[in-house]
Design a protein. Structure first.
Lengths: 228, 400
């Protein structure tokens, strides 16, 4: 049984003028456990919406998502929150670190809603991503590369089965991008988490053995440049 | 651990608005508690203050003025009582003790009261009589000697052996100094009663002070009365107030003060209304403070939700944050309360001799913080509901 199974997934949004725009229409997608998969997703192909649907942050209009044996689309919101807290890690393009919290606290929060705070594990993760001497620094005191490293540590804090990465290198220079990408792939493998990464960066995509085009996967007619 | 961490970090992140809002709660809570305690303590102290006496006999006039003049040493005397009336009252079998008082002079604004030395041996409160500070003695009748209340002595800087020349009238007028020179023979230990503000001299000394009307030299201003039984009070009430028309018998003393406070019963209602309004304004300030910061919190809320926090978790965090701001405000409020009350107690003591206890426990110290924190938490429900309904995907979208 696949770790992630998606069938007939449909999501549309209503625009302010009342028109309904279909953003995601994915007939089928599967991801096995302990795999790393890249989706080529240029702007306007519904990549963030797709990842939000997998994370249970958005509810689909139709279709079915099964994650680690749990049918996400059949769960209530509270249960989806719980599943996200225990089974998913999420890395964003803009890091989305909590500015008022230290690096350590950001990682601790990543586990607080799931398995519970574990200081030793949080510190070990930060040391693993090369921030052992930045535990008590706030995000504004860190470089962009370091901030994304904290985000990587946070995404793995709850020992997830699947890590979603949405353009994780989009805000980094090429040197940092390569380092962070390597780190994401290594740490996911070390922690037994599958990785589903979406990017439009050819260098990033080229490093993955398994990849597909989200634009081809997603049958929704997207006007070019639509941000969702 | 998670909720306290979220609340603590949010308070720190919005430190300025947290402190400003907490201070507005502190002002509201501090003022509310101090006004309430001053009102209650003043009521209890003034209505409970009788100096150990049951009644006051004075010239025909208002009973309240008589009590204020003879017990609290405030206001002017309503007139004189012939000395024979004092003797008649003192010899009445219903009367356990009667002490005459004469007023009309001051020293630098502090009132001189002429009396007999057995005033000092009468209990001013159960099992409490006036005591002299070491090195002092009571004045002797027929001599120009004075015993000073502790507060007056401290304020005037007088000690045993010092001399002073009184001034005519109850209010200080530097042009009206008497010729007589009085020597301080003793200073009373603090009694926390209006007597602490008085310069006590022999009755005859005040009656015969230069410049006083020689025709009234034998009169007294009032007579303090201790009765043998409550029935005696009723008998003398009938005798002086109903059958007679020259004198006024103010009995019981506490009732006169209670009547005074009853006249200000409306003040309690106004105070209650002000308290409710103050609490509402304070809670409103928390609501506005948190609600106005909701835009800047949108991303943090979305991140927490993306990490798995439930809607109820962010809702609870904001309600707790509102309660925490109010709790912080109430901690400051207690400092403010004690500062205000200490100042108010000093003013009331200087003006009346009545002593309030700033640190005495009062029920308002429990219900006011509880009410303000609860009300603030309820005010937090409004922004908390906004957080509860926040769209996670919108909050996570990159800011342009």
């Amino acid at each position: 049984m696949a770790l992630l199974e998606i069938s007939n997934l449909l999501k549309s949004f209503r625009a302010p003028d009342g028109a309904v725009h279909e953003v995601v229409r994915i007939p089928r997608f599967e991801l096995e456990a302990n795999t790393q998969f890249a989706l080529a997703g240029p702007s306007g192909t519904g990549k963030t919406t797709f990842l939000h649907l997998i994370a249970g942050i958005l509810a689909p209009d139709a279709g079915r998502i099964t994650l680690a044996g749990h049918e996400l689309t059949a769960l209530g919101e509270s249960a989806r929150d719980r599943l996200r807290a225990t089974s998913l890690g999420y890395i964003f393009q803009t890091f989305n670190l909590l500015q008022g919290y230290t690096a350590l606290e950001n990682v601790l929060l990543g586990m607080s809603f799931g398995p519970g705070a574990d200081h030793a594990r949080a510190e070990a993760l930060l040391r693993r991503v090369g921030l052992g001497d930045r535990l008590h620094h706030h995000p504004r005191q860190l470089s962009t590369g370091q901030q994304q490293r904290v985000a990587v540590a946070r995404a793995l804090a709850n020992q997830p089965k699947l890590v979603l990465a949405d353009e994780p290198t989009g805000n980094l220079d090429s040197a940092n991008a390569a380092e962070v990408l390597k780190l994401i792939r290594e740490t996911c493998a070390e922690n037994g988490a599958s990785l589903l990464l979406v990017s439009h960066d050819r260098d990033v995509l080229a490093s993955f053995e398994r990849q597909a085009s989200l634009a081809e996967l997603n049958r929704a007619a997207q006007p070019k440049g639509t941000v969702v | 651990m998670t909720l306290p961490l979220i609340v603590g970090r949010s308070l720190r992140q919005h430190l300025l608005s947290t402190l400003v809002t907490a201070f507005s709660i502190a002002l509201a809570g501090g003022l509310l508690m101090s006004v309430w305690v001053v009102k209650r303590q003043a009521h209890e102290t003034f209505t409970g203050q009788s100096g150990g006496w049951d009644a006051v006999l004075g010239a025909r006039g208002a009973k309240l003025q008589l009590v204020l003049n003879a017990i609290f040493h405030l206001e002017a005397s309503p007139g004189n009582v012939p000395y024979q009336d004092y003797l008649d009252l003192a010899s009445n079998r219903a009367v356990a003790a009667a002490i005459p008082l004469a007023v009309g002079d001051n020293y630098l604004g502090y009132r001189l009261v002429g009396t007999l030395t057995n005033y000092f041996t009468t209990e001013y409160a159960p099992k409490k009589t006036f005591a002299l500070a070491p090195g002092g003695r009571l004045f002797e009748d027929g001599y120009r000697e004075a015993v000073l209340g502790s507060f007056a002595a401290k304020r005037l800087g007088l000690k045993v052996g010092d001399t002073f020349q009184p001034y005519h009238g109850l209010n200080f007028d530097p042009t009206k100094q008497h010729e007589e020179l009085y020597t301080v023979t003793g200073i009373l230990e603090p009694s926390n009663t209006p007597s602490d503000r008085i310069l006590w001299i022999p009755l005859a000394g005040l009656q015969n002070m230069s410049g006083h009307d020689p025709n009234a030299a034998a009169d007294v201003s009032a007579v303090l009365v201790k009765l043998r039984s409550p029935i005696a009070g009723q008998q003398l009430d009938v005798l002086y107030n109903r059958q007679g028309n020259r004198l006024t018998f103010a009995w019981p003393i506490a009732k006169q003060m209670a009547d005074l406070f009853d006249k200000f019963g409306w003040f309690d209602q106004v105070l209650g209304l002000v308290a409710v309004l103050v609490a509402l304004v304070a809670a409103g300030s928390i609501l506005a403070s948190i609600y106005n910061s909701m835009n800047s919190r949108r991303r943090d809320i979305a991140i927490l939700r993306a990490l798995g926090a439930r809607r109820t978790t962010v809702f609870t965090a904001i309600v707790l944050e509102a309660a925490a701001i109010a709790a912080l405000g109430m901690v400051i409020a207690f400092g403010l309360h004690f500062a205000i009350l200490t100042g108010a107690a000093a003013v009331i003591r200087a003006q009346t001799g009545v002593v309030l206890d700033p640190f005495a426990p009062d029920a308002v110290m429990l219900w006011a913080p509880a009410a303000l924190i609860t009300l603030s938490a309820l005010a937090g429900v409004v922004p908390a509901f906004k957080a509860y309904r926040a769209n996670v995907a919108d909050g996570l979208a990159p800011e342009s």
